[in-house]
Design a protein around this ligand. Structure first.
Ligand SMILES: [Zn+2]
Length: 358
């Protein structure tokens, strides 16, 4: 395998063309979902999808990355490494790699999309209203989302004091659960289903809707111990019992209802899948590859968000580079581990997806 660091691309457009080339070289069919928003140099943005294997499969392994824009630098690297030696689906199987669900965020070095929407809080496809915010989030809003350009203002100390006073898990849950009221705030879930998710949902229903079994694995970075990964389930999102799924993946799976590195969210992609694909048996897991401590990541998100709304938002700015570092560290050892973790779990999940009716 080439140097794992070589899979990482410097920008969205480079990552995109590398993905398309690698997919073609691997014999995959390419699907493209074009989007309205553009990159910082006016470059077009799209969700690219590589489809390996049967055109009408019974069993599908569905790998998604870049739900959180800037996290796609790692997701894209993992998919390029996978395509270098792709899993071999049988006659009734397919491997579907979805490259960067939020290309705007990758191109602009943001976690959110063009409307400041956190896409993993945006999949309210079961009729739930796009309203509300945790009570504690309202209290935290002035601290999280100050209406001023980036500046040193004692955030780490103030945030740590608050977490001590209110309880770390409670504060984490309130911040990260998703909110639908503060449209310039962090973890904003939007007022409606966004263009990218809407088109991707329609694509899924059209192309994957008849599959008997779908294993969906969604790759993220940020949470957990640096260089290790956590595989998180979502309540009700998997048909297979956690212990059996964990056995198949060779991993202990994290229940988000228990206090841990994880938390529960509203409007997540994982929870939407069974509504979108009612005819398929679905298992879902979210892989998080750890980078930095949560407060450091949150601080980077906060400063970049201030720059976006109260600075000029250009991508050549320390807050942008800091956010990218927070979610995709430049250190060679981290990158090697991240690619290794991402590829290893994807291969195990693909093996489990194939040939099983369950
Ligand atoms: Zn994420």
């Amino acid at each position: 395998m080439p140097n794992p660091e070589s899979w990482f691309s410097p920008d969205y457009t480079t990552a995109r063309s590398r993905f398309r080339e690698a997919a073609t070289a691997a014999g995959a069919a390419l699907h493209t979902i074009g989007l309205t928003a553009a990159g910082p140099r006016g470059e077009p943005l799209a969700i690219d999808i590589a489809w390996l294997g049967a055109p009408r499969p019974r069993h599908v392994f569905l790998h998604t990355t870049g739900m959180h824009g800037v996290e796609a630098y790692t997701g894209s690297a993992v998919q390029l490494a996978l395509l270098d030696s792709p899993p071999a689906p049988g006659p009734e199987e397919a491997v579907i790699l979805v490259h960067v669900l939020n290309p705007y965020g990758m191109a602009w070095l943001r976690r959110t999309n063009e409307n400041n929407v956190d896409l993993n809080r945006n999949f309210l496809v079961n009729g739930e209203a796009f309203t509300g915010a945790p009570e504690l989030y309202r209290v935290l809003d002035p601290l999280l989302n100050p209406p001023s350009p980036p500046a040193r203002d004692g955030f780490p100390v103030r945030a740590a004091a608050l977490a001590m006073r209110r309880g770390f898990h409670r504060v984490k849950q309130a911040i990260a659960e998703g909110q639908y009221e503060f449209d310039r705030g962090l973890f904003f879930g939007g007022r409606e289903l966004q263009e990218g998710p809407r088109l991707f949902c329609a694509w899924l229903q059209e192309h994957v809707g008849y599959a008997a079994y779908v294993f969906a694995l969604d790759l993220h970075t940020g949470l957990g111990r640096r260089g290790t990964d956590t595989v998180v389930l979502e309540p009700g999102a998997s048909a297979t019992a956690p212990s059996a799924l964990g056995g198949a993946l060779g991993r202990t799976l994290v229940d988000p209802n228990r206090p841990s590195v994880a938390y529960t969210v509203r409007g997540s992609y994982g929870s939407a899948l069974s509504h979108l694909l009612p005819r398929s048996r679905i298992d879902f897991a979210l892989q998080e590859i750890g980078t930095y401590p949560p407060l450091k990541v949150l601080h980077a998100l906060r400063e970049e968000n201030r720059w976006h709304f109260h600075g000029d938002g250009s991508i050549v700015h320390p807050t942008k580079l800091r956010l990218r570092e927070a979610l995709c560290p430049a250190a060679v050892d981290w990158r090697r581990k991240a690619v290794n973790r991402g590829v290893t779990l994807a291969r195990a999940a693909a093996r489990w997806s194939f040939g099983n009716e369950r």
